[in-house]
Design a protein. Sequence first.
Length: 280
Amino acid sequence: MEGDAVHRCAARLDALAGTVVRRSDLRTPSLATADLAGRTLTATRAHGKHLLTRLDSGWTLHSHLRMSGSWTVVRAHRPDGRPALPRHLWPAVRAVLALDDASLVGVDVPVLELVRTRDEHRVVGHLGPDVLAGRPTATQEHFDVDEAVARLTRDPTRPLVEALLDQRGVSGIGNLWAVELCFLRGAWPWTPVGEVDLVALLDLARRMIRHSLVLATGMTTTGVRRRGENHWVTGRSNRPCRRCGTLVRFRPAAGSGAPFTREVWWCPSCQPAPAGAPGQ
């Protein structure tokens, strides 16, 4: 899940601040005996792809949605008091916080744990600066570009697309944004990160992702929201590049030991590889 989607989720959950939890059902083994009833939600903040839902008891419910998880505010309830969810979703429900007039439901949330609010650094302290830092839903007050560049270039020979996806460098950039940013900066995705103008790339990343978040554009990078026209290269293998007409190329996801680990699309004309580069 991309960072702007996580911040959008954080904003929805943060709107519940001040609400008292009437009943809680945390369906993960480590939290099976935890009871949040009587606690008040005070805030929800995002850092990269992590969500931190704070309670007045000094505890934080930490979650990470990865690719499939979601938090949903459900207003309608069944006669037995359970949230009115489709029956097929119930096996995937990992958390239900019953509030006064709604329920906060976590579906297919792979990471769910309680940590002391003062110890939130244990779960997000390893992350790089949040690309959306400065937003009300972010834990960081500002984006430290110098820190981000220093982290990204610890190994200056590392491929750009890999460095962007490593949340320890800069957090909140997912596969789609990494691929699209490489295209928009005219960078071959496997260019050594130390050879890239990262200040300009990160400035573009922040402007585009913030625009997507504010306008809820559904992560369009072209400015067009119609399906099939909303991205420059992502999902367009063997189709003409929107800029030059060259067929877009694609590398599938591979294991962590390979030089690329995620699905990558690029235009070989707009993003030329160095002469003699392998697999160009």
